[in-house]
Design a protein around this ligand. Structure first.
Ligand code: AMP
Ligand code: MG
Length: 335
């Protein structure tokens, strides 16, 4: 029987369980996603949903993989970064199963996991990565034993910014796909919006506020419509992301570019990043969408990599780290 790892993702809206073997074959992946009725993610409500559902999700993953919990050889869980009260659920479940089954446990940095599942599934070695999601906006690459951060948001994450604007415009969560569709179907009349790149970092809060003002203006639905704002918002935000990614690419001279995170689904962003990749003779890859958003398979795979490099964690080392940055930890499997 192959060695199997059960990976648990629990940093924010998604409680997800992935089961895979030590060669990276995924046997099952089950997600349970919290969707707010209105407003943003309320940690207490997310925590309640995850607490109510975790056993159901684990059982469905075992059923899909056609195995019993006793067949699992390694537990991996998202240890950082994320919402503290939500991270605790995954950590608690993983600790419990590790002790109950007497198997090793490994804590995983969520951002590193997004990169590792991309390297595995896209068959690439050493990419420059643009990770864009509801909670993160990071340009990263491996240098000097770590996943260094070359650029990041100074305030809102790109996905959160788009979702917040969409909510203001009366669109249901998640707004990203709806804004993309509206932008595509619009007249493509660009409305000037604040484009804020500071050094290698990005700021989206001014852009968000300006787009919101456009919704409230007397000229709204007379001189321009929601589609025009959606188009302008995307062009501005994605232009900023592309500028920083290109500069990091020129600096690191990586020959591969990986786009991941939920916002990687956006075709306009894909085309912009693909364009600059080509300009720099780099291969461009988008993580398959099932694995681009938050998922337990990426946690399981990264847990396997760390376990094989340096063994499991002691239970006392499995404390959650809500604010841990990916550039704070070593990556022994790549050195
Ligand atoms: P994640 O946080 O990685 O699970 O991804 C969720 C985020 O991706 C949300 O902010 C979504 O609005 C966003 N998203 C999903 N599809 C798209 C899309 N086609 N265009 C822009 N954003 C998207
Ligand atoms: Mg994520």
């Amino acid at each position: 029987m192959k060695k199997l790892c059960l990976g648990i993702e629990s940093t924010a809206h998604t409680f997800s369980v992935g089961i895979l073997d030590f060669n990276g074959n995924v046997y099952s992946l089950i997600n349970d996603i919290f969707v707010p009725d209105k407003g943003g993610l309320h940690p207490a409500l997310v925590r309640e949903q995850h607490l109510n559902n975790f056993m159901k999700i684990i059982n469905r993953a075992l059923l899909e993989a056609n195995i019993s919990i006793k067949d699992i050889n390694l537990m991996a869980f998202s240890q950082s970064p994320g919402l503290g009260s939500v991270l605790k659920i995954g950590a608690m479940v993983a600790r419990m199963l590790s002790q109950l089954l007497n198997i090793p446990i490994v804590g995983v940095n969520h951002c590193v996991a997004h990169i590792e599942i991309g390297r595995l599934l896209c068959h690439i070695e050493d990419p420059l990565v643009l990770y864009v999601s509801g909670g993160n906006t990071i340009v990263s690459a491996y240098e000097s034993s770590r996943y260094q951060i070359f650029g990041e948001t100074l305030d809102l994450a790109i996905g959160n910014m788009i979702d917040s604007f969409a909510r203001d415009a009366g669109l249901q969560h998640p707004g990203g796909p709806k804004i993309e569709k509206m932008a595509l179907e619009s007249n493509k009349d660009y409305l000037p919006l604040p484009y804020v790149v500071k050094g290698m970092n990005l700021s989206f809060s001014g852009l968000y506020t300006a787009a919101k003002y456009l919704l409230q203006s007397e000229e709204y639905d007379k001189k321009y419509n929601l589609g025009d704002i959606a188009y302008s918002l995307q062009e501005t935000a994605f232009g900023m992301l592309t500028e920083v990614t290109e500069r990091a690419l020129a600096h690191t001279e990586k020959k591969e570019v990986l786009l991941t995170g939920g916002v990687a689904a956006n075709k306009r962003l894909q085309s912009m990043i693909e364009y600059i990749s080509k300009e720099h003779d780099a291969r461009f890859e988008v993580v398959p969408l099932r694995y681009a958003g938050d998922n337990g398979a990426m946690i399981g795979w990264t847990g396997i990599l760390r376990y094989q490099a340096e063994g499991g964690h002691e239970i006392s080392e499995t404390i959650i780290k809500p604010k841990e940055r990916m550039d704070q930890i070593t990556i022994p499997w790549r050195s």
